[in-house]
Design a protein around this ligand. Structure first.
Ligand code: NDP
Length: 316
């Protein structure tokens, strides 16, 4: 069946593109659904970040979107076929596998799932109304907007992302509150130090966001001290969530085994999912490291495993 692709890669972050580079260089002519809406945008989470300082090979750091352009260029150079479409249905119950978007159905001998994860929301009462009217899950994407300039701003969360986003927002806001539900940060030591040292950044400990305040756009935040139960309103023009991620696996439910939190399960020490010939790489299966470089590493591993598997089946 010549119209069956050897490898279909779903997702275009560091995992997907590394898988594509390896599969293309192995003459497997990979086909990639880059995604469009699912997971925010093609290119994955690095397209919504600024400086990446921990990707090896870039001693002076590199902008996230630029790094993803470089990944994409390298996939393209070796002949990866790419379409900027979201996959909305898959059928892994029989071979060849079927992968569908709004525009096409592609048949595949093997699959690499690298759809990543999406920023979580809290679901406070005014969230829907205020979304994009002062509420956002990406300070790096939205923080430079005029509405936030010289205004007090708020970040929710206590991990590395929260510190990164709060620090970034101090460039624009008059003051940045980082509201964290506990009395110690989850962020790494180096990021904690950065948070403590950044002028204009105030950490509000043991506190939760109750709601966004405002008519048409955010003018304040209602927050609650979880130790004293005191509720108060703070004047802010923006509320930015940085409370972790949910894996982009809804389309794979019932097709491959997922864990209790929705991440794809792989056999220990491999990138193999519960379906033979279907592999997973990157944040979609990794809630532990979640780094661009680990995603790239597992993307490489998934492509090598797919190559080996196709060779065993005498395909490709
Ligand atoms: P994390 O899961 O590490 O942190 C999420 C934070 O949000 C935690 O502080 C958590 O609180 C808080 N939180 C979660 N749910 C809620 C809720 N419902 N209400 C209030 N607070 C909530 O996610 P990150 O996105 O920060 O980081 C993910 C991974 O990416 C990590 O491995 C991190 O190291 C890495 N990363 C590295 C960066 C770098 O090196 N430059 C930059 C950004 C991310 P609690 O602590 O109480 O659980």
């Amino acid at each position: 069946m010549s119209d069956v692709k050897n490898v279909v890669i779903i997702g275009s972050g560091p995992a997907g593109h590394t898988a594509a580079i390896y599969a293309a260089r192995a003459n497997l002519s990979p086909f990639m659904f880059e995604g469009y809406v699912m997971g925010g945008s093609a290119g994955g989470q690095l397209t919504t970040t600024t400086d990446v300082e921990n990707y090896p090979g870039f001693p002076d750091g590199v902008e996230g979107p630029e790094l993803m352009q470089l990944f994409r260029k390298q996939s393209e150079r070796f002949g990866t076929e790419m379409v900027g479409e979201d996959v909305n249905e898959v059928d892994f119950s029989s071979r060849p596998f079927k992968v569908k978007s709004d525009n096409r159905e592609v048949l595949a001998h093997s699959i690499i799932i690298s759809t990543g994860a999406t920023a979580r929301r809290m679901g406070v009462p005014n969230e829907e109304k205020m979304w994009n009217n002062g509420m956002s899950a990406c300070a790096v994407c939205d923080g430079a907007l005029p509405m936030f300039r010289n205004q007090p701003l708020m970040v929710i969360g206590g991990g590395d992302t929260a510190v990164e986003e709060a620090t970034y927002l101090t460039k624009f806001g008059s003051k940045v509150y980082m509201v964290h539900r506990r009395d110690e940060l989850r962020a790494s030591k180096i990021m904690q130090e950065r948070a403590f040292k950044t002028p204009k950044l105030e950490i509000v400990w043991d506190t939760a966001l109750e709601d966004a305040v405002g008519q048409d756009y955010v003018t304040g935040a209602k927050i609650k001290n979880l130790k004293t139960n005191e509720v108060k309103e703070v004047e802010v023009a923006g509320i930015f969530y940085a409370i972790g991620h949910t894996p982009n696996t809804s389309v794979f439910k019932g097709q491959v085994d997922l864990d209790a939190t929705g991440y794809i399960k792989v056999k220990p020490g491999t990138q193999e999912t519960s379906v033979e010939g279907v592999f997973a790489a990157g944040d979609v299966h990794d809630h532990k490291y979640r780094q661009a470089v680990t995603a790239a590493g597992t993307g490489c591993a998934a492509a090598l495993e797919a190559e080996r598997w196709l060779a065993e089946k005498s395909i490709g």
